[in-house]
Design a protein around this ligand. Structure first.
Ligand code: GLA
Length: 507
C-alpha cells in the first residue's frame, strides 16, 4: 500500500495536465484500497435486443455506514441513499422507498450487485463512461381528455410478459394468435393479443421509433392478428426508457402514438418506470394525460392501459386522462401469496370501477405452473368478481385441459364481463373471505375463498347478499350445476385455497 501511494505521488505532476485522469486515479485508488463505496462507478449491463448497451453511472459518498449519491442511467438521473455494512450495501432510489434498487458487495475494487433480476458489475468510471443527461420536459396543463368509448367491459386477451418476458418475438405472437382461435380463447372473449416490453428498436434520424430484429414488420404482424379476428396491443412508457431499459416515449408522445396507429395497434400499455427518475408523483396525471390525448388525436381507437402500480391514487383520475384501466399494484408473480396480495391491495379502489375504466390488479398467471388448479380457480374467480381485466399470461399453444377449463369458464367470464361493471369487496370471517358482486340482472355473483390450510365449510347466507327480490335459482359456476338454495342459503366444503362461486338470481 505504501509503495502504491509513492508511485501515484511521483506521477502526480504529469497528471496535473489532465485533471480527469487525476480524478479517475484518485477515485480508483480510493475504491480499490479501502475507502469503501465512495466514488464514481460505471456499470455496463446487457446488450439489448436493439443493439444498445445498458450503462449506468453511480456516484456515491460514504459517511460511516451511510451512503448517499446519484445514479444516472439511460432512463435518467436520481438521488439514491442507503447503507453499507462492511463490504455489503443496499441502495434505495428516491423514486421508490419500498424496495432497494441495488443490493451488492464491494469485491476486489468492483461493485457486484443485483438490480432486481439484473446483475451489475461496476468499475471506477472514466469520462468515456458518461451517460447522456435527460433534459426535463414540463408536462402539459391539466384538462380532461374525452372518453374514448372503449372497454365498456373489462378488457380480455393475452399479454406476453408473465411467461415470455424478453423472449417474445413475431413468430411467438403469430402462433399465440393462431392458438387463441384454435383453443376457443377468442370466442370466449379474449380478443387482445398484447406485446409487452422488449419489442423496441432505436429511433431513426427523424425520431421515429422502430422495432428491433425480433419484430421485423409490426404492420404485417398487426394485419395477421387482425385477420384472425383479434386485436393487437403494444407497450411503451412516459419515461425515456421502459422497465426493461428499451426506448420509451418521453418527448415523442405524439410521434409514437401516430406510429402505433399507423401500424394498426389497438391497445397501449403505458408503463411509468423510468419516468419516476424525471417526475415526482404530482406529475403522474399530466404525464399520462399527454399520451391519452396523443392517442385520441390519432383518430384510431386504442385502449389506454396505465401501468404505474397504483401510485398517486390513479383510480381517482384515471378516466380524466383518457385511461381505460390502470394497475393498482406491483407486478404479480405466479404464486398464491402474490396473487392474493394483489387482489387485497386493490380493495380500496372498488368504488372507482365501471364501464370504460377499470382497476387492474395485473395479468393472469393461470396455467404458468406454480399454483395448484384450486388456486388458479380462485385467481380466476377473484378477477371476475372484482371486474378485473382478464389478460391471460400463459402459453396458449400448450394449455392443459384444466387450464382451458379455468380460463374459458364462460359462466365465470360472464360475471367479469357483466354490464353493470361493479367490483366486489370482501368480508372476512376467519379463513373464509366472501366477495359479493351485484349483477345487471338484479342477481349477484358470490365467491367464498378459503385462505386457510385445511378444508372448511363455506356458507352463503341469503341475508349477506343484499338481494332486492326473492331467490329464484342458484348455480355453482365451477361445478356447472344448479344448487338448492334454501331460505337460509347454501353451504359446501371448500378445499384449502379453493373457492365456492355461485350465481344467485332473483325473481
Ligand atoms: C413492469 C410492469 C410489468 C411489465 C414489465 C416489462 O414491471 O409492471 O407488467 O410490463 O415492466 O418490463
Amino acid at each position: 500500500m505504501v509503495g502504491k501511494s509513492a508511485q501515484w505521488g511521483t506521477t502526480a505532476a504529469h497528471m496535473r495536465a489532465n485533471k480527469y485522469a487525476l480524478l479517475i486515479c484518485l477515485l480508483w485508488t480510493a475504491a480499490a484500497y479501502g475507502q469503501g463505496l465512495a466514488g464514481r462507478w460505471a456499470a455496463t449491463g446487457r446488450t439489448l435486443d436493439n443493439g444498445e448497451q445498458e450503462k449506468s453511472i453511480l456516484e456515491l459518498k460514504q459517511d460511516g455506514n451511510a451512503l448517499t449519491g446519484t445514479v444516472t442511467t439511460l432512463g435518467g438521473s436520481s438521488d439514491v441513499k442507503g447503507t453499507a455494512t462492511g463490504t455489503h450495501f443496499e441502495l434505495y432510489g428516491a423514486w421508490n422507498a419500498k424496495r432497494p434498487f441495488l443490493v451488492g458487495d464491494l469485491v476486489n475494487g468492483e461493485i457486484h450487485a443485483a438490480q432486481g433480476r439484473r446483475q451489475w458489475v461496476a468499475r471506477p468510471a472514466t469520462p468515456a463512461d458518461d451517460v447522456p443527461k435527460i433534459a426535463y420536459i414540463e408536462p402539459p396543463a391539466l384538462h380532461p381528455v374525452p372518453e374514448n368509448g372503449l372497454a365498456r367491459t373489462p378488457p380480455m386477451g393475452w399479454n406476453s410478459w408473465n411467461l415470455f418476458a424478453g423472449k417474445v418475438d413475431d413468430p411467438t405472437v403469430r402462433t399465440i394468435a393462431d392458438a387463441m382461435v384454435s383453443s376457443g380463447m377468442r370466442d370466449a372473449g379474449y380478443i387482445y393479443v398484447n406485446i409487452d416490453d422488449t419489442w423496441e428498436g432505436v429511433r431513426d434520424a427523424s425520431g421515429n421509433l422502430q422495432t428491433n430484429h425480433k419484430f421485423p414488420d409490426m404492420k404485417a404482424l398487426a394485419d395477421y392478428v387482425h385477420s384472425k379476428g383479434l386485436k393487437l396491443g403494444i407497450y411503451s412508457g412516459p419515461g425515456p426508457r421502459t422497465c426493461a431499459n428499451y426506448p420509451a416515449s418521453y418527448g415523442h408522445e405524439e410521434q409514437d402514438a401516430k406510429t402505433f396507429a399507423g401500424w394498426g395497434i389497438d391497445y397501449l400499455k403505458y408503463d411509468w418506470c423510468s419516468a419516476a427518475m424525471t417526475y415526482k408523483d404530482d406529475k403522474l396525471q399530466p404525464v399520462y394525460q399527454k399520451m391519452g390525448e396523443a392517442l385520441e388525436t390519432t383518430g384510431r381507437p386504442m385502449v389506454y392501459s396505465l401501468c404505474e402500480y397504483g401510485r398517486g391514487k390513479v383510480e381517482t383520475w384515471g378516466p380524466q386522462v383518457g385511461g381505460n384501466l390502470w394497475r393498482t399494484t406491483d407486478d404479480i408473480r405466479d404464486q398464491w401469496s402474490s396473487m392474493i396480495g394483489n387482489i387485497e391491495e386493490q380493495v380500496p379502489t372498488a368504488p372507482y370501477a365501471g364501464p370504460g375504466h377499470w382497476n387492474d390488479p395485473d395479468m393472469l398467471e393461470i396455467g404458468n405452473g406454480h399454483m395448484t388448479d384450486d388456486e388458479y380457480r380462485t385467481h380466476m374467480s377473484l378477477w371476475a368478481l372484482t371486474a378485473a381485466p382478464l389478460l391471460a399470461g400463459n402459453d396458449i399453444r400448450s394449455m392443459t385441459d384444466a387450464t382451458k377449463a379455468i380460463l374459458m369458464n364462460k359462466e365465470v367470464i360472464a360475471v367479469d364481463q357483466d354490464a353493470l361493471g361493479k367490483q366486489a369487496s370482501p368480508v372476512k370471517n376467519g379463513d373464509l373471505e366472501t366477495w359479493v358482486k351485484p349483477l345487471a340482472d338484479g342477481g349477484v355473483a358470490v365467491g367464498i375463498v378459503n385462505l386457510g390450510d385445511s378444508a372448511a365449510t363455506a356458507a352463503v347466507r341469503a341475508s349477506d347478499l343484499h338481494l332486492a327480490g326473492k331467490v329464484k335459482s342458484a348455480r355453482d359456476l365451477w361445478a356447472h350445476q344448479d344448487v338448492k338454495f334454501t331460505g337460509d342459503g347454501y353451504s359446501a366444503t371448500v378445499r384449502s385455497h379453493g373457492v365456492l362461486m355461485l350465481r344467485v338470481s332473483t325473481e
